[in-house]
Design a protein around this ligand. Structure first.
Ligand code: NAD
Ligand code: MG
Length: 395
């Protein structure tokens, strides 16, 4: 019986994870469920799944939840805040890191430092602190398994031992597939006018609002490129992004003998979640078998960096190294939030990220303090530009 802490239980990854866990009650027991603000949703999940602990973002939320659980006769220990998140992350055998954004960094690191098995969905944590994060995984003997569908696919296509550089294992390239998002065929003028609702209606995947916007700008693919560099010891130039609108091939690894290994499946996050939960075994994920005759064809195109500059910015940030990826990530989080709130246009997201990368000089990312300081500077700078209503355009 493995105990599980699910960080970000009320989100899209959270709900897919609970679906898989509920199919295997004999293998997994829930230690803790966490959420930020949605205390009513967390109440419903606690009543249904009966974890030992629940954590919310605020004291008021936690009080409300504790009262409601007591009234329902449900015995769950409720706490709140970052320290409690770090505590529950260190306590279970397996931690599913599915908080969105930089807020997930400290609790995910707490799981790593406790030497847990860490199933990583929260790509922003790794993007911000890659070198430090991977050094901690090594030092603390944590087992890091990717939940992001592309990275999970690549993991499945690599030999079991793949650290120490791709070349050592005969791997020449990683092919990261991208759906292209809902605006794949929009021209620049149409892109400038798209709404948050359009951006959140992804053709193949149903996801949280932030990652849906990232997917539409291709920043998600940029963050994933950085994520892949750290997870697989790859150089940025060893990773090629391939637009594949059907989202059936989840990514590929190319070998020196000409072989290309791919992982295919229906676009359903329960597959990578079940894979990582059970690894190295296999369990049922509740996902329908892939019907290749219904899929019929697979298309591939190169990404358009002119219309989707976020992918180029992310590549530049990881090539520059140091705190540049943390600056990119923080600027993007603030810009996406402003876009979702209707305060800026879609194409301004990339322009704001570019400004932050130009104006804040990247330094060596040797400690968490330095990384967090650059995260804060980028947030302040981008927020000020948005508040000033400064007209920003993409060059
Ligand atoms: P979501 O918005 O649906 O859920 C986010 C979860 O994080 C919620 O439970 C929320 O309560 C919690 N949260 C938000 N802010 C928080 C804070 N400040 N402190 C603590 N908890 C907080 O997001 P999602 O789509 O489930 O994505 C979660 C993560 O997984 C993201 O990093 C995303 O990039 C990654 N991911 C998601 C998918 C997907 O299909 N949804 C696929 C691959 C990777
Ligand atoms: Mg992905």
């Amino acid at each position: 019986m493995q105990t599980i802490t699910l960080l970000g239980a009320t989100g899209s990854i959270g709900s897919s994870t609970l679906d898989v866990l509920a199919r295997h009650p004999q293998r997994y027991r829930l230690h803790a469920l966490t959420a930020h603000e949605s205390h009513d949703k967390l109440l419903a999940l606690c009543l249904e799944h009966r974890p030992e602990r629940a954590v919310l973002g605020s004291e008021a939320g936690a009080r409300w939840l504790a009262d409601a659980l007591r009234e329902a006769g449900c015995d769950v220990e409720v706490s709140w805040g970052e320290a409690a998140l770090c505590e529950v992350a260190a306590e279970a055998d397996t931690v599913v890191a599915a908080i969105v954004g930089a807020a997930g960094l400290q609790p995910t690191l707490a799981a790593v430092r406790a030497g847990r098995r860490v199933l990583l969905a929260n790509k922003e944590a790794l993007v911000m602190s890659g070198a430090l994060f991977m050094a901690e995984v090594e030092r603390c003997g944590a087992v890091l398994l990717p939940l992001d569908s592309e990275h999970n696919a690549i993991f499945q296509c690599l030999p079991r031992e793949h650290r120490g550089g791709l070349g050592r294992h005969g791997i020449t390239r990683l092919l990261l597939t991208a759906s292209g998002g809902p605006f794949r065929e929009f021209d620049a003028a149409a892109l400038a006018r798209v709404t948050p609702e359009q951006a959140c209606a992804h053709p193949n995947w149903s996801m949280g609002r932030k990652i849906s916007v990232d997917s539409a700008t291709l920043m998600n693919k940029g963050l994933e490129l950085i994520e892949a560099c750290w997870l697989f010891d790859a150089r940025p130039e060893q990773i090629e992004v391939v637009v594949h609108p059907q989202s059936v091939i989840h990514s590929m690894a190319a070998y020196s003998d000409g072989s290309v290994l791919a992982q295919l499946g229906n676009p359903d996050m329960r597959t990578p979640i079940a894979h990582a939960l059970a690894w190295p075994e296999r369990i049922d994920a509740g996902v329908e078998a892939l019907d290749l005759f219904a899929v019929a064809r697979l298309d591939f195109q190169p990404p358009d960096m002119q219309r989707f500059p976020c992918l180029r910015l992310a590549r530049e940030a990881i090539s520059a190294g140091g705190t540049a990826p943390a600056i990119l990530n923080a600027a993007n989080e603030v810009a996406v939030e402003a876009f979702l709130a209707g305060r800026i246009g879609f194409t301004e997201i990339a322009a704001l990220v570019a400004r932050a990368l130009e104006e804040i000089e990247s330094v060596s990312a040797d400690g968490l303090e330095t990384i967090m300081a650059h995260d804060r500077s980028a947030r302040r700078m981008v927020q000020a530009l948005i508040d000033e209503g400064a007209a920003v355009t993409v060059e």
